[in-house]
Design a protein around this ligand. Structure first.
Ligand SMILES: Nc1nc2c(c(=O)[nH]1)N[C@H]1C(S)=C(S)[C@@H](COP(=O)(O)OP(=O)(O)OC[C@H]3O[C@@H](n4cnc5c(=O)[nH]c(N)nc54)[C@H](O)[C@@H]3O)O[C@H]1N2
Ligand SMILES: Nc1nc2c(c(=O)[nH]1)N[C@H]1C(S)=C(S)[C@@H](COP(=O)(O)OP(=O)(O)OC[C@H]3O[C@@H](n4cnc5c(=O)[nH]c(N)nc54)[C@H](O)[C@@H]3O)O[C@H]1N2
Ligand SMILES: [Mo]
Length: 688
């Protein structure tokens, strides 16, 4: 097979172009795209990249189907019907850019903070996700966006405990003897981690899944603890209790490399397995057994993920869990410790890419993306500042993914709101645009990527020319900057230059070009001898920085905002983890993948279903005071009693009644990191 790296995409012999998967997933796969006569005919995993190992998930294997989709946006569009009607007419790029720049200039002359960028991780690329766009909004003096919709509770918890987003190296999970898969469904959500876990299992490791839902992953583990949503901190504290009572501790590690041991010890001793069993809804024996396994197996690894981070006590729960390896000294072994996110290990030059120095001297206010529903509806006030008058959305689909969609829709439907959306498709959010701009996909643009699950940098070369008149996000913001008269040299950098700037000399760019990825040189057992990137250099059980903010310096169990038993009308707890064949709301419009998911599903336990006269296949209404949505019931032991699983995240207009699961989720925030609390949600369910 020819492995030409030529840029010539028009030659007739098939070529293969190295790239990177852009999607929001810890695996950050290396891609090989086959191009024939300028057309991408196949996207595969790069067999030369150890973590990808030539394997892709079902979704990204369909990347050509998505890129060449008949409904790809190919020309700039201007709204021609009422707000939200989704009616548009084509306009030229020149016209669109001039109109948009004119509107933004007029608003910025009065109140630049009335302009809000809204983006998340539609692409994880540093160039198309956080470079020219950030420069543009910094220079404009627009409101800052607090990007809290996914990972900020855990990020803050890691920062306060381990010092940064650091942890075990992915590949060493294969050598662990015990793996706790905690708040994570890797078979559905990050398959390449699961491949290492399977290797460990074949070598005799014990796998334990901690998840309210009986997932595909739980099916394949030796043990499944189906705890109540939002009770992980109670479980972790009870594990500590047992480690202490049975002296399954590494006293030397604790003495040398931790801070706040006596205080944590006292806190944990209040958490008997009986007390935790009551809170978590688990058998006491199961908690004791897990503690024994964790206390007596070496090496023991924890793959912690985002499941527990979408409830009120998210940050405390992550803090409690990431204290565990320091108690047992699990960090001493490369195959011991914990991994939540590896993203803090990359020497990415964010200030160079994003240029915060372009911001006005008085730093603009921040708007939390997880409360966009409320914030779009707020009038000007002394505490809030100016009403939001313009939103520029890219790499995100807030109408579908943000909590309490009823309010998000109401906000985007405001006649006086000026909305620009950069997209591949006419999503639920795009329906509300005044200007809808066609963006390139990963096959069509340059980018450079880090990963939050492994420690390799990946380079993405364009494999084909942009389809239609699509432009890369970076180019669109460059063009807008020119139109606005921003003359700083930072607005002249081209996309590939931005790729080079991202890591500077910290990465061998020639090597990246040649093999598509480069592995960071990091120690195998990063904290075998302490050296945590905290102020004390230790694992901080007690965080003086949290205490200084008036918060609890120790991790504790904080009950959910919406605690079961607190509402007779809405007695069921709902979690809304991903449907396996979608990626958040991306791929919902890819026919072959939607054909597998068929309809929005609600998994409900047989007892809860029977009490409501619900059978498998019944059309049901899920509701609370925020709203309701329709879905198809699946009566199943995948749901634990009292908890329903509303699999996400459908496009509203492709669902059953023009809404989706976020119609019922709320805008309350987490204890740390001001993150969304999607899984802290009480509902009632009835036959529709
Ligand atoms: N196929 C697919 N893959 C994805 C995504 C997708 O939408 N689809 N999304 C991507 C994104 S953006 C992210 S952030 C990652 C997320 O990566 P993961 O966090 O591994 O992904 P999830 O599948 O959401 O797994 C979370 C699990 O937590 C469980 N859970 C819910 N509440 C609780 C709780 O209170 N405690 C515990 N212990 N568990 C709980 C859920 O049932 C679910 O099985 O996945 C990425 N990968
Ligand atoms: N109920 C509930 N809600 C949730 C979650 C949940 O578990 N339950 N999960 C939450 C999580 S973990 C996350 S991360 C968020 C995700 O929320 P979002 O980041 O909004 O993710 P997506 O829904 O995938 O939307 C990304 C959009 O970006 C577009 N896009 C991709 N690449 C490009 C590009 O290069 N240029 C431009 N202009 N556009 C591009 C895609 O077409 C897609 O429409 O959702 C959150 N919402
Ligand atoms: Mo996410």
């Amino acid at each position: 097979m020819s492995m030409s790296l030529t840029k010539d995409t028009t030659s007739s012999a098939p070529i293969q172009v190295r790239g990177a998967c852009p999607h929001d997933c810890p695996d950050s796969c290396a891609l090989l795209t086959t191009v024939e006569n300028g057309v991408a005919t196949r996207v595969q995993g790069n067999p030369g990249h150890p973590h990808t190992d030539g394997v892709l998930c079902t979704k990204v294997a369909r990347y050509t189907e998505r890129s060449y989709h008949a409904e790809r946006l190919l020309v700039p569009l201007r709204r021609s019907g009422p707000k939200g009607s989704g009616q548009f007419v084509p306009v030229s790029w020149d016209q669109a850019l001039a109109d948009i720049a004119g509107r933004l200039q007029a608003i910025a002359a009065r109140a630049p903070e009335a302009i809000l960028p809204y983006s998340y991780a539609g692409t994880m690329g540093l160039v198309q996700g956080e470079s020219m766009d950030r420069r543009f909004f910094h220079r404009l003096g627009a409101s800052q966006l607090e990007r809290t919709i996914c990972a900020s509770a855990g990020a803050e918890a890691l920062a306060q405990t381990l010092g940064d987003k650091v942890g075990m190296k992915l590949e060493f999970f294969a050598q662990a003897r015990l793996i706790l898969i905690w708040g994570s469904n890797p078979i559905g959500s990050h398959l390449h981690f699961w491949r290492y876990a399977q290797q460990a299992k074949r070598n005799g490791a014990r796998l334990v899944c901690i998840d309210p839902r009986k997932t595909e992953t739980a099916d394949k583990c030796h043990e499944h603890l189906a705890l109540r949503p939002g009770t992980d901190a109670a479980l972790a504290l009870a594990l500590m209790h047992e480690l202490i009572r049975n002296d399954w501790l590494d006293h030397d590690y604790i003495a040398r490399h931790t801070l706040g041991w006596q205080a944590l010890r006292e806190r944990a001793l209040q958490w008997t397995p009986e007390r935790a069993a009551d809170v978590c809804g688990l058998p006491v024996a199961q908690i004791r057994q897990l503690a024994r396994d964790y206390g007596s197996t070496r090496p023991a690894a924890i793959r912690l993920n985002y499941g527990m981070q979408r409830v009120r006590g998210a940050g405390n729960a992550v803090r409690a869990v990431v204290c565990l390896p320091a108690l047992t000294g699990a960090w001493r072994d490369p195959a011991g410790g914990v991994l939540l996110s590896s993203a803090g290990q990359f020497p990415v030059r964010r200030a160079v890419l994003q240029r915060p120095d372009l911001m006005p001297a008085r730093r603009p206010r921040s708007i939390n993306m997880s409360t966009i529903g409320d914030d779009l509806l707020r009038p000007t006030s002394a505490s809030f500042g100016p009403q939001i008058e313009a939103v520029i959305v890219y790499n995100s689909n807030p109408v579908a993914v943000a909590p309490e969609s009823g309010k998000v829709v109401q906000g985007f439907a405001r006649e006086d709101l000026f909305t620009v959306v950069l997209e591949h498709f006419q999503t639920d959010t795009a329906d509300y645009a005044d200007y809808l701009l066609p963006a390139t996909t990963q096959l069509e643009h340059w980018d450079i990527h880090l990963s939050y699950g492994h420690t390799d940098i990946l380079l993405n070369r364009p494999a084909i020319a942009p389809l239609g008149q699509a432009r890369s996000n970076a180019r669109i913001f460059r063009d807008l900057a020119a139109q606005m008269g921003f003359a700083e040299p930072a607005f002249a950098d081209q996309d590939e230059q931005l790729c080079r700037q991202a890591f500077g000399d910290a990465v061998d760019y020639a090597r990246l070009q040649e093999q598509g990825f480069a592995t960071l040189e990091l120690p195998d057992a990063p904290f075998a001898a302490g050296g945590f990137p905290t102020p004390s250099g230790k694992c901080e059980f007690f965080s003086a920085r949290l205490a200084a903010q008036g918060l609890d310096g120790l991790p504790d169990y904080l009950p959910n905002h919406e605690l079961q038993g607190s509402s007779a009308r809405h007695p069921l707890a709902m979690i809304s983890p991903p449907a396996r064949h979608f990626l958040n709301s991306t791929f919902v419009n890819v026919r072959s993948l939607r054909a597998i998911e068929i309809e929005p599903l609600l998994e409900i336990h047989p007892d809860d279903a029977q009490a409501r006269g619900i059978a498998s296949g019944s059309l049901v209404r899920v509701f609370n005071d925020r709203g309701s949505y329709h879905c198809r019931a699946s009566v199943s032991h995948r749901a634990r009693p009292g908890v329903v699983n509303g699999l996400g995240i459908w496009w509203r207009k492709l669902g059953l009644n023009g809404t989706n699961v976020n119609q019922v989720t709320g805008q309350a925030l987490t204890d740390l990191g001001r993150a969304a609390t999607f899984y802290d949600c009480l509902v009632q369910v009835a036959v529709a």
